[in-house]
Design a binder for this molecule. Sequence first.
Ligand SMILES: [Zn+2]
Length: 149
Amino acid sequence: MTDVFTHVPLGVDRSWGHAMLRGFRMRCPACGQGSMFARILKVADSCPHCHEELHHHRADDAPPYFTIFIVGHIVIPLVLVIEKIWHPNMLWFVGATAIVTLALTAALMPRVKGAVVAMQWALRMHGFDYAARGNPAAGALDKDPAPPA
Ligand SMILES: [Zn+2]
């Protein structure tokens, strides 16, 4: 039995590294063609190219956490080195640091979120596991609700 969307046999591992690279490029983890995002940080319900369902993601607080982690490890050493070497005007320095921090955060946040969602897709977490979706005993959380009577 194969996954109807990715043509990957069910039970065969999806490449999480490959998927995360596609997610970091803000592309669908399944096909790499369609955009993952409907708006800036809003993940599309499904891929516009291959129709892979993406609404199952549960990225929650992970993308901001990883973005803060990355930006902090870039900006803080830069601030320390610049302060140690050039002793810039403090008002100018605080303003420039704020602008660089905000720009890096705005650039990285959607890419990190794309990578997190793609990792969840590759590891078949949450509702990304098609085999489990039809089997409540397998832990399917996103099973479609029963139609109203
Ligand atoms: Zn796709």
